[in-house]
Ligand binder design. Structure first.
Ligand code: SF4
Length: 360
């Protein structure tokens, strides 16, 4: 029975497999390119590998493409994909604002790292369903491969250029698989996505932030901060009870020291927390830190009853932060009409009778 997932293998693992099977070592490079560059979905597509050798390889390696269950397109061109996994679980991935990004030759994909999530942030649909399991390396990489295959076939053909690990799940709680996925997706003979074009977003797993600074100083880091007060953060991001602000900020300082990289701090704004005191507290916390703040006007999730603040309230909030010499940006709303925006992914397959299904 084959035990290695082809989409989750680096070239060196494929070389070892080829060696064990008595195949020439150049087959490993061919396999890697078929899977990671051309995103093949079947062994038959690898036509420069003889059938007898493909059969041998299948005794050690299996290819398990994700099953596209649904693809939706938002008014702004954002695409949301619902993928089915081997065990029947579902995950979602998002291709941001495809049409507009086409002109800039930039295509950002947001991927999931877990089925569900144990963190349970107050504004997030993923957390509502609880944690189911970690994704394997092949399942994480597979989301990029499926979307890459899809946009490579469009006219004009396009390529995934940027990645954000901000979909379902807490990436730093599936640390080893996420790190290996970054390595695979960065390979020149595969998707060749620059390490600095990939960003991990964490709710604040302090020990793993420190470890990431040592293990992979090139990848971007975003921290979902949301508040500079433990009492508020305990409610919005419950992992704060385990790693309170003092510990989180110490880990961030250590990360910056190790990497000399700027951290993006994300702050979800609701009509409740868009207050002067909240902005002042954030300003004091981050003043002098190599930081950038990304304000995210909260997206509607039926169960959370949170309301988006008014535009002038958001501008005022940003102005206060800027007075502390902290660069601030306001995240553009993307794909809200198809629940593809931040905090809206659930991975549930609720079949609408009028819904049509497509395949990549
Ligand atoms: S925001 Fe991220 S960490 Fe928080 S519950 Fe949602 S998926 Fe989990």
């Amino acid at each position: 029975m084959a035990s290695l997932e082809l989409r989750g293998c680096l070239e060196k693992e494929l070389s070892e497999a080829c060696q064990k099977l008595g195949l020439k070592s150049f087959r490993a490079g061919q396999l890697f390119r078929w899977v990671q560059l051309n995103a093949v979905r079947s062994w038959e597509e690898m036509h420069n590998i003889p059938e007898s050798e493909r059969r041998k390889l299948q005794t050690m390696l299996y290819l398990s493409p994700l099953k596209l269950l649904r693809e939706q397109q938002a008014r702004d061109g954002t695409h949301k994909y619902l993928f089915g996994l081997e065990d029947g679980e579902c995950i979602e991935s998002v291709l941001m604002n495809y049409e507009r990004e086409l002109s800039r030759n930039r295509h950002t994909v947001c991927i999931s790292t877990q089925v569900g999530c144990a963190v349970g942030c107050a504004f997030c649909a993923t957390g509502l369903g609880g944690f189911r399991r970690n994704l394997s390396v092949g399942e994480i990489v597979g989301q990029v491969l499926e979307i890459s295959r899809s946009i490579a076939r469009k006219d004009p053909p396009a390529k995934v250029t940027n990645l954000v690990f901000m979909g379902m799940g807490e990436p730093l709680l599936n640390y080893e698989a996420v790190l290996k996925s970054l390595e695979i997706l960065n390979r020149e003979t595969g998707q060749n996505i620059g390490m600095r074009r990939m960003t991990l977003s964490t709710s604040g797993v302090a020990p793993k932030i420190r470890q990431l600074g040592r293990d992979n100083p090139q990848v971007g880091l975003a921290v979902s901060l949301h508040s500079a007060l433990d009492s508020v953060r305990n409610v919005l991001v419950p992992i704060n009870r385990r790693y309170p602000l003092r510990e989180l900020m110490a880990a961030c300082t250590e990360y910056i020291r190790l990497t000399n990289r700027r951290i993006t701090f994300e702050v979800a704004l609701t009509s409740e927390n868009v207050k002067r005191e909240s902005a002042e507290a954030l300003g004091k916390l981050l003043k002098g830190c190599l930081a950038h703040i990304n304000l995210i006007p909260v997206n509607p999730v039926a169960e959370t009853n949170m309301l988006k603040p008014k535009t002038e309230e958001i501008s005022q909030f940003a102005g206060i932060l800027e007075s502390y010499a902290i660069p601030v940006s306001i995240r553009e709303e993307r794909g809200t009409d198809i629940n593809a925006a931040c905090g809206q992914l659930r991975g549930q397959w609720k079949v609408d009778r009028n819904e049509s299904f497509s395949s990549l």
